[in-house]
Design a protein around this ligand. Structure first.
Ligand SMILES: NC(=O)c1ccc[n+]([C@@H]2O[C@H](COP(=O)([O-])OP(=O)(O)OC[C@H]3O[C@@H](n4cnc5c(N)ncnc54)[C@H](O)[C@@H]3O)[C@@H](O)[C@H]2O)c1
Length: 395
């Protein structure tokens, strides 16, 4: 008999919310996970109204405190197997801590939380309780990100010399927050977003693509945090030059004022033997440039091991990860689904008392989330100082 689908509880997601919707589609993608409950809004009345209006039946709670507390008394088949936190950044730490302490694994949106103190506490708690924890760095879930990781980490491009990790958007090029637009309003408010606006919102995604694909860490950095839209308190343009722990260098940059750019997240990795290029807006394709050779374009699902560049013995789990044949495009929702699928596997192992991977190879861990927050705090420190280089704050 098939295993019971995992029950997921939502923290946030009511009243015009954005990212909950790709998530809830991704949760239902395989039929092995389902959303069963939610504390969808900070206002208790609205939270229940929004749950009643959800497109399929879920149990509404007035608050995440109530949802987490109620879980202890539910029959085994109704208990939550994990919670998904899709609230603004200032409402990540508290529900994550409370869920972990109640024995509920956590799938949390990025950036992990508001500051290093919170991030360290989350890591300490997750380690102590040995409980699954995922940070929703969506784009690691593209199969081409997995392939890029394999190519770079197995040395096929030689030693990494330079990386350009970027995420350019234009939607905050004017003062959208003044119109009351929901997503803009909290993103430009330091109390709700954290110390960096653009860096926290999308710079952390660029950082994670760099770290996930190359396995390299930043040792020192030099940051410029700029605010182009008048009256805004947080950066809307974020540029960080980095020294890497292999002696290479990297540029991690993000912008919200680059009119015309939509979700232009990309990665260029320049190694001693070749260069790799990947773009989120064209996520089925990975391009490899080798000296004096035609460019090699790898499409998801259409990769031939032993083709003169890729070795014969490609990892079986990598080759098995696509869900549909090439030419039927996978995209954003599929990337989210791959993260939830891999997290589900760890939750099921954890529930069975087995060891689970928790190694960052399938999704970003709470430790990755902490590195993201350390990156932001180091960038803020660098931007406020005249020093040429600022040492990466130890996560
Ligand atoms: N992984 C990605 O690609 C990605 C993309 C967009 C946003 N995000 C992240 O997702 C989070 C949410 O962003 P969004 O754009 O969906 O925001 P949003 O404003 O659209 O939605 C936030 C939701 O949280 C709810 N909420 C706020 N406080 C609450 C509380 N105390 N209890 C219950 N619900 C509460 C709001 O009512 C709303 O439903 C942020 O951390 C953001 O950085 C990630």
């Amino acid at each position: 008999m098939a295993a019971k689908p995992l029950n997921v509880g939502l923290v946030g997601g009511g009243k015009g919310a954005f990212i909950v919707h790709p998530h809830q589609k991704a949760i239902h993608f395989d039929g092995t996970r389902r959303v069963v409950a939610g504390a969808l809004h900070p206002d208790p009345k609205i939270a229940l109204e929004e749950a009643a209006k959800w497109p399929y039946p879920i149990k509404g709670y007035v608050s995440y405190d109530e949802m987490i507390a109620a879980n202890a008394t539910l029959p085994a088949d109704q208990k939550l197997d994990y919670i998904l936190i899709v609230t603004p950044n200032f409402v990540h730490f508290d529900p994550a801590m409370k869920a972990m302490k109640a024995g509920i694994p956590v799938f949390c949106e990025k950036p992990l939380c508001l500051n290093l103190k919170e991030a360290r506490t989350l890591v300490k708690t997750a380690r102590k309780l040995n409980i699954p924890f995922c940070v929703a760095h969506t784009y690691l879930g593209h199969w081409t990100s997995r392939l890029a990781r394999y190519i770079v980490r197995s040395g096929l491009l030689g030693e990494v010399r330079w990386v350009d990790a970027y995420y350019l958007q234009g939607w905050l090029a004017s003062k959208l927050e003044a119109t009351g637009q929901q997503q803009a309003s909290w993103r430009v408010d330091p109390k709700r977003a954290g110390g960096s606006g653009c860096g926290g919102d999308i710079g952390t995604h660029a950082l994670m693509q760099l770290r996930y694909v190359t396995g390299l860490e930043i040792t020192q950095l030099s940051a410029q945090l700029e605010t182009f839209v008048e009256g805004r308190q947080l950066d809307d343009h974020f540029t960080v030059y980095c020294k890497l722990n292999n002696g290479g260098t990297a540029l991690v940059r993000a912008s919200q004022i680059c009119i015309g750019r939509k979700n232009d997240l990309g990665l260029t990795v320049a190694g001693t033997k070749g260069t790799l290029e990947w773009k989120q807006e064209d996520p089925e394709r990975l391009t490899i440039f080798l000296p004096n050779q035609p460019d090699r374009v790898y499409w998801r699902g259409a990769v031939q091991p032993g083709d003169g560049f890729l070795p014969k013995d490609m990892p079986a789990d990598l080759m098995a990860e696509p869900t549909i044949p090439s030419g039927h495009p996978e995209a954003f929702h599929d990337a989210f689904a791959r993260l939830h699928r891999c997290f589900e596997a760890d939750v099921r192992k954890w529930q069975a008392g087995e060891s689970f991977s928790n190694d960052g190879s399938k999704y970003a861990t709470v430790e990755d989330g902490l590195t993201g927050i350390a990156f932001l705090e180091t960038a803020l420190k660098s931007a406020a100082s005249n020093a040429k280089w600022t040492k990466f704050i130890k996560a």
